[in-house]
Write a protein that binds this ligand. Structure first.
Ligand code: ZN
Length: 309
């Protein structure tokens, strides 16, 4: 059994022990979920979004993925349920005042505290590091710890005051079971939306039909209206031809007039009377004072072209 050099091997050199199982530090794995984008694996930085399953992403990573879904990149199975930016919600996170981020460790010469979280719960101040359960609201995107939601029973968001319901709460980086229930809820919601869309579509066609008939009723009125406009004088000067009150009226009444007036009456009003339009915009039209000429400026032989009106 001896080797050529006359050495005598010891037992541990010949007998292999049981295989060492490589243990993944569970805490480190958990912490990573709260620090890195689930898609790009880059550090999370604002704007941060969350999906309906409660995973955290950098918004630009999601946009990049949505722009080109066919591109080969790792982790795409994580975002397979995201069809558009509507399927994610931008989070309204609360900064941890103790976290200084990259700034402090810019030289890389000091210890970076891995346990310090970037964000905290705005109500009870718990760190969002994975140790505590956090929820986000699908309505407004605000993020809270479970403790805050449990201690302060409310139906409006603690941070922005938007009303919400129990089903708007999505647990962030939840357990396997929690993700499964979220997935079920998501599928239910989507199938519901699909059927709702279908019924709405058939309704829409009905509505547009009735609108069509209403418009055809209106149409005969139109020629008489335009006639009265031409009767009232030159369309170019505009201000007198309008049934609208003169230039002295305030912008507000003009606006309400604009809102109430139909599509035909609206076009009758001169652009030069619109107070909300800029001078530069008005000068684009022939009715503007800069486009008008005095008698000696216009030559006699020029035919009167209709666009002077
Ligand atoms: Zn909110």
């Amino acid at each position: 059994m001896g080797c050529d050099g006359g050495t005598i091997p010891k037992r541990h050199e010949l007998v292999k022990g049981p295989k060492k199982v490589e243990k993944v530090d569970k805490n480190a794995e958990l912490a990573a979920k709260w620090k890195y984008c689930a898609l790009s694996q880059e550090k999370l930085k604002r704007p941060i979004v969350a999906c309906e399953l409660g995973r955290l992403y950098n918004k630009d990573a999601i946009i990049e993925y949505l722009l080109d879904k066919s591109a080969e990149r790792p982790n795409t199975e994580v975002v397979a349920h995201i069809r558009s930016l509507k399927d994610v919600k931008e989070l309204n996170l609360t900064d941890n005042p103790a976290w200084e981020g990259e700034r402090r460790n810019i030289k890389g010469d000091c210890y970076e505290d891995m346990h310090l979280a970037m964000f905290i719960c705005p109500v009870v101040g718990l760190e969002m590091s994975g140790k505590h359960k956090f929820f986000f609201l699908q309505t407004c995107g605000c993020v809270f710890s479970e403790r805050a939601l449990r201690e302060v029973k409310t139906v409006i968001c603690h941070k922005c005051g938007d009303p919400f319901q129990e089903e708007d709460l999505v647990v962030l980086n939840g357990t396997k079971e929690e993700v499964e229930t979220l997935q079920k809820a998501m599928e239910e919601r989507r199938s519901k939306a699909k059927t709702a869309k279908k019924s709405k579509k058939s309704k829409d066609t009905k509505v547009s039909k009735t609108q069509d008939s209403a418009e055809s009723c209106k149409l005969p009125q139109n020629p008489s209206e335009s006639k009265s406009a031409s009767e009232n004088g030159e369309g170019s000067s505009g201000s007198s031809s309008d049934s609208a009150p003169g230039p002295s009226t305030s912008g507000e009444s003009l606006k309400t007039l604009k809102a109430t007036a139909g599509p035909f009456t609206g076009s009758k009003r001169s652009i030069q009377d619109m107070k909300d339009k800029s001078e530069a915009f008005k000068s684009l039209f022939t009715s503007h004072s800069s486009a008008k000429r005095t008698k000696d400026q216009t030559s006699n032989w020029v035919t009167h072209t209709p666009y002077h009106f």
